[in-house]
Design a protein around this ligand. Structure first.
Ligand code: GTP
Ligand code: MG
Length: 243
């Protein structure tokens, strides 16, 4: 059986590598400062007799193109299409961390949200309503402490449900203002025609509207001979999409 692939995405310093090491038995460098993981690491783990390939992505605040790390994480999720994208969040700063979760959900519904450092959140008296967040995001949400090995089995069960397709995700649909939605609607047919059904066309259209040249270059590389629509040509009224 082909192993399921699970990509670990998340803001810097949220414990991705700690979780990765715990599951794979590997020794990815961990540390309490940002930007530790610079090279994407791969390892394996099993759950319920099934093999999983884990990919530890660099920590990023977004999936735009602000840095090589963001481009690497973005390209992996879009082009490698892991069976599950595990978004690791810091329980003590959920509001900031959820921004990346929303970006992942715009790309794929095959995601599990993992709220790590729950031990720290408890110390601070922070209570997290997992059901409410899960209902809102439309994907499983699990609280863990990677360092204290809490919640790991429950997390693996949810990863299995998403990987095997047992869980039907209904990822939150983010609606933008009228102008941006009009731009997306104009670009979407061209994007779909060019990149096909396998890539997240709406998200790509949104990034094209924002003039994301790095994404265009990545797409161009993948598509080779095909031409990616130029948003300036495609959209009559210039619009800028920003979150
Ligand atoms: N208290 C507590 N600390 C944790 C937990 N998980 C990880 N840490 C600590 O958080 C720090 C960052 O962990 P890493 O695993 O390096 O984080 P990362 O997300 O891989 O960081 P980048 O590679 O920079 O993106 C380390 O000091 C860990 O020991 C946890 O569940 N509880
Ligand atoms: Mg790391």
């Amino acid at each position: 059986m082909t192993p399921y692939t699970v990509a670990f995405a998340g803001n810097p310093n949220t414990g991705k590598s700690t979780l990765f090491n715990l599951l794979t038995g590997m020794r990815q460098h961990t540390g309490n400062w940002a930007g530790k993981t610079v090279i994407t690491a791969e390892g394996e783990f099993t759950h319920n007799n099934r093999l999983y390939r884990a990919i530890d992505l660099p920590g990023t605040y977004s999936l735009y193109s602000n840095s090589a790390d963001e481009e690497a994480a973005r390209d992996y999720i879009i082009f490698e299409q892991p069976d599950v994208t595990l978004v690791v969040l810091d329980a003590t700063s959920l509001e900031r961390n959820l921004n990346l979760a929303l970006q992942v959900l715009e790309i794929t519904g095959r995601a599990v949200v993992c709220i790590n450092l729950i031990d720290e959140a408890h110390k601070l008296g922070i209570e997290i309503n997992l059901e409410a967040i899960s209902a809102r995001l439309g994907v499983p949400v699990v609280a863990i402490s990677a360092r204290n090995k809490i919640g790991i089995e429950a997390l693996l069960d949810q990863i299995e449900r998403v990987a095997s397709g047992t869980y039907t995700a209904e990822p939150l649909h983010i609606a933008y203002n009228e102008e941006i939605e009009r731009g997306i609607a104009q670009l979407l047919p061209m994007v779909e025609q060019t990149v096909g059904r396998s890539y997240p066309a709406r998200w790509i259209a949104l990034r094209l509207l924002d003039g994301d040249e790095s994404l265009m270059a990545s797409l161009q590389n993948r598509m080779n001979s095909q031409t990616i629509p130029d948003p300036k040509e495609a959209v009559r009224h210039g619009v800028t999409a920003c979150h």
